[in-house]
Ligand binder design. Structure first.
Ligand code: CA2
Length: 146
């Protein structure tokens, strides 16, 4: 099974500020967690982080027929990007949305998620553990042939 993990703008800055909101773990910690999870679960995992909306759209398009699942944290683009939503719809790959913080308990502008309108599941507020759970969810579905 092949899973693509996409992270949007500023996720590469994790751990340097706002530890009360996003925790103390860094982007390197996230990459290590993804590697360890892929290894433990026998999954081929590719990760992609970009601060650019178009680059994320391009990556989703390039995933067409190449990946069995997408884990995506579009970060700030969650709340603005119809382009990312449309790209997810275009490729039709099962996807799970992850947020490190509990966006439903934050500012009003974080209450809308465009990518979430496509994703089968949203995991928010669990910190980096949310990514592991998203991978396990997609693996479970794939293993059942769904
Ligand atoms: O909770 C999440 O995972 C978010 O997707 C993170 C985004 C935010 O815009 C979303 O509303 C929720 C922010 C990404 C990281 O932002 C940083 C802010 C300060 C210091 C380091 C990273």
């Amino acid at each position: 099974m092949k899973i693509l993990v996409i992270n949007g703008p500023n996720i590469n800055m994790l751990g340097i500020r706002e530890p009360d909101v996003y925790g103390k773990q860094t982007f390197s910690d996230l990459l290590a967690l993804l590697d360890a999870t892929a290894e433990a679960e026998g999954i081929a995992l590719e990760q992609f982080q970009s601060n650019h909306e178009g680059a994320i759209v391009d990556k989703i398009q390039a995933a067409y027929r190449q990946f069995d699942g997408i884990v995506i944290n579009p970060a700030a683009y969650t709340h603005t990007s119809v382009a990312i939503l449309d790209a997810l719809k275009a490729v039709g790959i099962p996807a799970v949305e992850v947020h490190i913080s509990n966006i439903s308990a934050r500012e009003a502008f974080r209450q809308i998620s465009y990518a979430g309108m496509y994703c089968e599941k949203t995991i928010a507020g669990l910190g980096l553990e949310g990514y592991r759970q998203a991978i396990l969810y997609l693996k479970g579905k794939y293993s059942k042939g769904e």
